[in-house]
Design a protein around this ligand. Structure first.
Ligand SMILES: [Zn+2]
Length: 216
């Protein structure tokens, strides 16, 4: 069942304590304190922001699609969704959403999946799994490939067919749509702004996203 709870935010960008553009294909990693609010803006529309979260105090307790989906009895995320860790602990709550479709099942693109889905020539292309690892490696906190869990694809439209299959469909987002979430604990946020040129989720044209953080 898809229920989109459209909610606009009253937070103003000029009051944000942090404001940054992530170019298409690049990564971003930052810690949020409890109560801080992160907004991800789909600046040009139809971009996929592949995102993972970790309990900053206990990084092996990372975002869990299974705990999140089971907790809310819905595979899609929208306003009110609680993003949970493997332990079941709430990491963040979505407090505003003007897009309405965020994928929890499709996972991140990788060199391997690109060759299977598209063509062997895509092997050396940029991909989200490598971007995640580059960001984690910069932290030097002992993160390894084991810390890459199935991620959220904000703004990505991956409808589930009646037969239970997944399809990568044209995006349903539009320029300026955003999702906003409040950290319920100390959280490390990790984004790969997908460089994918081979599927229609970002119209074969990866574009930048903007991230803003407010104190509360
Ligand atoms: Zn990707």
């Amino acid at each position: 069942m898809t229920v989109f709870i459209h909610k606009e935010s009253e937070r103003r960008p000029d009051e944000a304590l942090y404001d940054h553009i992530i170019p298409a294909g690049e990564g971003w990693m930052r810690d949020l304190r409890p109560g801080q609010v992160l907004r991800i803006v789909d600046l040009e529309g139809n971009q996929a922001a592949d995102t993972l979260f970790y309990d900053a105090e206990n990084p092996e307790d990372h975002y869990s699609a299974v705990q999140t989906i089971a907790g809310q009895q819905n595979i899609y995320l929208t306003t009110g969704s609680v993003l949970r860790a493997e332990s079941g602990k709430p990491l963040l709550t979505i407090v505003a959403d003007t897009c309405g479709r965020h994928d929890t099942l499709g996972g991140a693109c990788s060199a391997q999946s690109n060759t299977v889905r598209y063509a062997h020539e895509t092997l050396p292309m940029h991909n989200c799994r490598d971007t995640f690892m580059l960001q984690l490696a910069k932290r030097g906190d002992g993160y390894t490939k084991r810390d890459l869990a199935p991620n959220i694809n904000f703004f990505m439209n991956v409808p589930v067919t009646p037969e239970g299959g997944l399809t990568f469909a044209d995006g349903v987002s539009a320029p300026g749509r955003y999702v906003e979430m409040r950290a319920e604990t100390s959280v490390t946020a990790l984004i790969s702004n997908c460089p994918q040129l081979n599927n229609p989720c970002n119209a074969y044209n990866p574009t930048p996203v903007r991230v803003l953080i407010w104190e509360s």
